[in-house]
Design a protein around this ligand. Structure first.
Ligand SMILES: NC(=O)c1ccc[n+]([C@@H]2O[C@H](COP(=O)([O-])OP(=O)(O)OC[C@H]3O[C@@H](n4cnc5c(N)ncnc54)[C@H](OP(=O)(O)O)[C@@H]3O)[C@@H](O)[C@H]2O)c1
Length: 313
């Protein structure tokens, strides 16, 4: 099938164990709900146990047969990532799908992760890098498993300087670390694929997706933290004029997660004008997302920062 135009295209997922990060709202919540409704056992991971427990209850209310398990995972803390992965491994001996979905945009100056990383780059890239590394043994033990990482159209504006990936020596920008992190998501996906192939691993495969532009909480969270009503209203106006529906926006990541014809390195996004909305189709990443030297450098730097070496992959 060349385009997926509805959630009905998602095939049955019975017997699959799935982890979705940032599952309490937006695209993560839609993805968790659809995967659970199609029969997967979904670990809904979120940085607030209260919010993710409420979200799991909403999924169960809509689909009483759904197997959903709320879990605490703060991607801004390596200790939290290790605790989550340890708890997961103690309860599950397989992992069919890791959906690296959580994200933050437009954070104010000076907000950092527990380890002092820039919050956007730290959560969006380094947190998911460390999480994937921690869960790799379960993924490798599961035939047909997948790692799907959610990027953005804005990766096209990313510029990663390997001497200073988190822009610690550069002037402050609210947006640039986001664009860089979304480029990093793609560099990571393609580099993970190359390393798995070199190791002769048949599982997992690494894929990516982007949702186009859809109305979710991400658009105004940074402005709220800053208390800027001007930015909040600007975000709302832009959403009202240009953003699509979150149910449709989740289709590319659902397709990357479940399309039986998907292959390692596939990248899905909306097929409408400007890739902003529309049915889920294969799309092209910017050339720099395929820069193997940049990806290898970013990988080594990320290993240094997180201490996760993927078992020497
Ligand atoms: N919406 C769009 O137009 C758009 C466009 C391109 C790409 N994306 C990507 O889509 C993904 C999902 O975003 P969304 O639009 O669905 O926004 P959202 O509704 O704000 O969802 C983001 C999720 O990430 C979680 N999160 C934030 N910081 C976290 C942390 N430290 N640890 C764990 N989870 C954390 C949030 O938790 P809280 O609720 O606790 O904050 C929330 O569950 C992101 O990767 C984003 O970059 C979105």
């Amino acid at each position: 099938m060349d385009a997926w135009s509805s959630q009905a295209d998602v095939p049955p997922q019975h017997g699959k164990i799935v982890v979705v990060t940032g599952a309490n709202s937006g695209l993560g919540l839609v993805s968790a709900r659809v995967l659970a409704a199609r029969g997967a056992h979904v670990i809904m991971a979120g940085r607030s146990l209260e919010r993710v427990t409420e979200a799991a209850a909403r999924v169960r209310a809509a689909h009483p047969e759904a197997a959903v398990e709320p879990a605490l995972l703060d991607l801004a803390s390596l200790d939290s990532i290790r605790a989550f992965a340890g708890g997961f491994a103690a309860r599950h001996d397989r992992l069919d799908l890791l959906l690296n979905n959580a994200g933050l945009l437009g954070m104010p100056r000076g907000v950092k992760t527990a380890e002092g990383f820039d919050l956007q780059f730290g959560v969006n890239h380094l947190g998911h890098f460390a999480l994937t590394g921690r869960l790799l043994s379960r993924l490798r033990a599961t035939p047909g498993s997948r790692v799907v990482t959610v990027s953005s159209l804005l990766h096209r504006f990313g510029h990663i300087d390997l001497g200073d990936p988190m822009r610690e020596t550069k002037p402050f920008s609210r947006r640039q670390p986001y664009d860089d992190s979304k480029l990093a998501n793609l560099l990571f996906t393609f580099e993970l694929g190359r390393r798995l192939e070199r190791a002769g691993a048949t599982a997992p495969i690494a894929l990516a997706a982007h949702p186009g532009y859809c109305a979710t909480a991400i658009q105004e969270k940074g402005a709220r933290l800053e208390g800027s009503w001007l930015r909040i209203w600007r975000a709302r106006l832009s959403c009202a004029l240009f953003a699509g529906d979150v149910e449709q926006g989740a289709l590319p990541q659902l397709r990357a997660a479940t399309d039986p014809s998907a292959r390692a390195g596939d990248y899905f996004g909306p097929g409408g004008p400007g890739e902003l909305q529309g049915p889920a189709v294969r799309v092209k990443a910017a050339a720099r997302a395929h820069d193997a030297a940049l990806a290898a450098g970013l990988w080594d730097w990320s290993v240094t920062r997180t201490g996760e070496d993927f078992g020497g992959l």
